[in-house]
Write a protein that binds this ligand. Sequence first.
Ligand SMILES: [Zn+2]
Length: 540
Amino acid sequence: MRTFRLFIVAIASLLTATMIAQQPTPASSAAPDPRVEQYKRDVGLEVDGLGEMVQRMNDQVFSFAELGFQEFETSKYLTGILRQNGFSIQENLAGIPTGWMASWGSGKPVIALGSDIDDIPQASQKPGVAYHEPIIDGAPGHGEGHNSGMPLQIAAALAVKKIMEQQRLPGTLRLWPGVAEEVDGAKAYYVRAGAFKDVDISIFVHVGSNMQVGWGESTSNALVSVEYRFTGESAHAAAAPWRGRSALDAVELMDIAWNFRREHLRLQQRSHYVITNGGDQPNVVPPNATVWYYFRDTNYPNTKTLWELGDTIAKAATMMTGTEVTSRLLGSAWSGHFNKTIAEVMHANIERVGLPQWTDADQTLAKALQHELKVPEIGLATKIEPLRGRSEIPDDERRGGGSDDIGDISWNVPTVTLNYPANMQAGPGHNWANAVSMATPIAHKGVHYGAKVVALTVIDFLMKPDLVTQAWDYFTTVQTRNTKYVSFIRPEDKPAIWLNEQTMAKYRPEMKKYYYDPSKYKNYLEQLGIKYPTVRTAPK
Ligand SMILES: [Zn+2]
């Protein structure tokens, strides 16, 4: 749901000059502990040793390409790897069949590592090809890059586990998947189920076009995802239309009313809808119709206000049409607030790890796709951005935008999101173009380097208990001083686990033929017979 994530990153870098209002001071100014330095070198080498595995996991999940709540192959595969490596798995987390929590180790600190795993409708795309060419026309695809995050976290966890075993370090590693993030469907339910209750530090990762982390208020929006179902009465649409009551009329009137009211809403709001049921055929007055809204604004109270307005307008539409309406919540997200201490520790590790070396082939692919999409032909990131952060962003500086339900977790436990350079600044987000790099050497290297940053950061928190205290101090005295978390989800709400069932059932049989087979092919590009890179025209 990081709608226009890369765009946000671009805006964020434009704002960098103003964003670094406070130059961060190093979280720990003491002389480096030689033991920590040694473990960091060791853990980096462990991650390097997992390079091939990283590539396999990334390509495998790319090929599964599953929509939200239907990530069955993905979850089976990832938990299988974790089980083989000694993790215990709690299945069916928060009543979500594809949700789970993997755990290894014992004692404090408890460090949670998570990332999203679902993909985007109709984003099927051949990797390494710099123009639109689906693997399967109309099928879902990783048009955001969620295939890469859990492979990154697993590589980081396995490397850290090795050091913890060798050095007998106490601590617990937890790994968890962001199920159905594209519909913000799971994380608030994980929180409600107590999945993060004993967690000390939470490190989330999300694909981006550079290696970066920030702290303080995020520019993302809070969100509620609400389905309105109208019921009327069917009738012969020509012979006796006066006996019918059209549920579709109610949907259309609700949408018209919302679009008029839109002019008089806060500038920061974002709202959009799709009609998921508009009736069966024109000669039957539609007895039922459904419209699905996303209401977004900067924070919980503003978003709640939009939701209430949606309910009012839906009710008004029933009064105009003689129909009835019910609604249900399909997803929700708080806007994020990220932890200063963790971000500072992580940023130091980003500077230490650096960016991957891109080959000419990598840059050629990136520039060719940028050319294809008529965006600046800047290639791949070659410079690390400074750490950015502000505990509060004034309301009038916020411009609205996408949402990510990591926000819910960030308000319950000190959290950061690491962006890692497995994608490039090119696509508009939620689009085939954002899948192009995701099973190529660009993603493989971005994930590998991201895993190193996470592994080094986990070592810091395992070895320096003071940092955990500092992180909680920021969480308690700054972040949550005036804001207390109240979930959007009500006691009666349940995860919308039926979403995308039909779409996956339609495409899965064909998609299975393209699942990556690592026993036969070095990588997915080889399996698909794609020359890397495949470009339409020579880039400038
Ligand atoms: Zn995402």
